[in-house]
Each structure stands twice: as C-alpha cells, then as structure tokens.
Design a protein around this ligand. Sequence first.
Ligand SMILES: [Zn+2]
Ligand SMILES: [Zn+2]
Ligand SMILES: [Zn+2]
Ligand SMILES: [Zn+2]
Length: 468
Amino acid sequence: MFDVPESKRNVLGKVEATVTVSLYGNETEHKVIKKSDGEYCESCENEAQSWCRNFECRLFLCKTCSKSHKTMLPPHTVLPMATIRQVSSSFFKMSKNCKQHPFESLVLFCGQHDKMICDSCQLESHQNCKPIISSIKAANGVKDGTAMSCLEIRMNDLNQVSEKMLSQIEEKQKTLKESQNKFKNRVSEFKHKLVDRLNKLEADIHTDIDSKYEQCNETLTTKRTSLHASATSMTSWKSDLKSLKQNTSEIHLFQSVKFIERETNETESEIRKLQKEPFPTITFLPSVLESKMDKMLLDLGTINIENLSVPMPELNIDQEGQYLVSGIASAKQYIWIKNQRRTLIKVDINGTIQSTIKTTFDPLDICANKEGDVYYTNGEKVHVVTLDGKEREINKKGIEGIAVDDRGDVYVAEKTSNNIHKLFNNNQKPGIVMIVDDGVYRPISLSFKKRNKRTVSFKQRSCVYQHL
Ligand SMILES: [Zn+2]
Ligand SMILES: [Zn+2]
Ligand SMILES: [Zn+2]
Ligand SMILES: [Zn+2]
C-alpha cells in the first residue's frame, strides 16, 4: 500500500512503518516514517532529544524540530528525554491513532466498551453504544479522579497480595524440597530394613542347612561303619572256613560252621535291616518370594501429587474495581456502618458505638452529611435519618447510589434513567445535574470529595468516573 524506501527498513529486514501526517510544511504531504523506538526524531530522523506531549503530535523530536513545536501557537509542551526515560518506553510508543483505522485519532471514548475509539469505529461498531463522549472529556480530571485513585488502590492491593502470595509460594517450595528429601530418606530407610531382614534370613537358613546336613551325614556314616564291619568279618570268616576245611577234624569243623552260621545270620539280618532303612538327604524349597518377587514386592511406596487449597490473601477489590466492603459512610468524627439487616450503627473514631439506628428497609448504599444526617437507599427509595433520630422519605425511583456534599445537598444516581439528581438541602426544587450525554450509563454508586475542587464522582460497570 505504501512504498517504504530501502533506507527505512530496519536491520531485521522487517518493515515497521506507520503513517504520520506532517503538521507543518506541506500539509497534504503524507510522510511514511519508521515508528521511532525513541532514538530518532520522528520528523527528520536526527537523534531524538525530546518528546512532544501534544495529543496531535506525541512524537520523539530532535533539537531543531522540538524548537518548532515549542514556538507553535499555542506552544506545544516538549518533555526532555531524561523525563521520558523515567517511564517505560512502551507508553511513548502507544499510537494516538486507531489500530483499525491508522489515519484516525482516538478522539472518542465508548463508556459501554470502556475503550478509546475513532470516528470510524463509532460508525462501524459502536453505533448503539452509550455513552460515547470525547476522549478529552473522558480524560478531564483523570489526575485527581477516582478512576486514577481506584486504579492506584487496585494496583497497590494487587502488589501487596502478590507479594504475600510470592512469600507463600516460596514457603511452599521450601516445604516441597524438604518433602522430596524426607521421602527419599524414608525409602532408603525401608530399603536398609529390607536388607537387614534378608541378611538375617540368609544367616538363619545357612544355620538350618548346616544342621540338617550334619544330621543326615551322621546317619549315613553310621550305616557305612556297620556295613564296613560286616564286610570285614565276612572276609575273615571266609578265609578261616577255607583253612579249617583242609586242616581240622570233622567235629571241630562242624563246631566252627555252627558258629559262623550264627554270625552270618546276625550279619544278614543286620544288612536286611539296613536295606529297609531310608537314606536321609537334604532338599530345598525356595521361598515364594523368589519366583513372585515382582508381584509381592511391588514397590517401596508410592508418591502422588496432591492439590491442596491454600488460604491466599484476599483482594480488597473485585475485578470491576468495586470495593467489596460496602455499607459504610463517614462524616466529621463519626462512621455509620450497616452491620445487620435494617440496622445502622454510629461509631466514633475510637470505635465506640454511639447509637443504633433501626431503618425502615435494608440499606444498600449509605452516606452522611456533616450535620450527621444519614441518607440511605435500597435502590428504590431514599430515606434520611436526621440527627434527632427522625426518619423521612425523599422521593426518587431506581436509585443506585447516593452522596452528600459539604453543603448538605444530596446527589442520587438513578440507574434506570441514567440521571444524577441533586436534592437541595434548603428545600430548593430538586434538579438533574448530569444526564446520559455526560457519560452517565447505569451508574452504581456516587461519592463526594473536596480536595482542590468540589467534585461528585459516579461509578458504573465500566469504571468510568466523571466530575461535576
Ligand atoms: Zn527532527
Ligand atoms: Zn507538537
Ligand atoms: Zn477506529
Ligand atoms: Zn462501544
């Protein structure tokens, strides 16, 4: 679409170009300039020395260009680089133009989408949005406004909470590390116990094997000795008988035969007895653990991840920037708190309860003036309880928020009509002070502040704040 000269391409070869319209010189000339990263002037590409904060400019400028901005009518405010460098550069790189429509400035603010938009955006996608106000009007008083202080409080709150969470997580990581070592040691201990047990079992069975071996061996040795003796006797008698047969008288031989016969009978019965006796031996039945070790000793324990819910420090503000605490008002040295249904208590600065006010209905929002009159609403009606304890109704419908100023005038935000009414203390006729065109859209609460100027702020879903 736009021709980017070779010299304007950055070192990575990526073309980063935005279109800016030259403010001076040839008004119709559309310059294509590389969006500065803060090092170069966005008008002439000399070294940047300053930044023009004018809404139409918002440019990094060199010394020469900055002079021409300072001498414009009215003069532009140009900030030195030292001031700029105190802030993250991304804030100065934010384009003043619409992302969807690069030729158009973000001149409008859509309250419904809580977003800065351009004229084309409004026509294309915010036709029915309410309220649409000028960006300048939306930004008016932002420095001292509740939007800013609300954001600051939220960020402080988030900061504190995340710091607390951080230390909690660090603590948890320490405990986790301790658990890791503890469980490892526990498993090693168990393994050592197992090894000790195995050593003991091994020693036991060795003793048993030795003892049973001895028992069997003794029996076999006895048998051997007995057989050995028989064999020796037999050999000796055989040779004796052979000799006697040749040399002795018949009667002597007969007597000898009878003797050997008896001895042989005894030896025979001894051998028969030995034949019947079993031969002892040792056998081994392996432990069931040996074949089924994998099944019987599955593991040395199991480790699991358990997700514990840890009580975290609570955020004081919800996502829409509304305080979770409600039903509290203060004026002078007293504080009014809604602590029960249909009950307000008046507490002094020391926390001592001064009085208890029974209300006609449950207060949704309360406020008090400096005289000590308390106004409260349930979203439909506004009632006031005066210092003397008398209660009366102030007629209004669809009330969402109430506030009272330093003069005792009461402001009420009407959600249904998108109006903010002022009810005068001196019985002057009530009047509407802000309407939908002022950016009021379904307001949810009101507050009065007196700092440099007297302001009434309203808060709505998209967290927009305006000042009277
Ligand atoms: Zn320049
Ligand atoms: Zn300028
Ligand atoms: Zn746009
Ligand atoms: Zn919109």
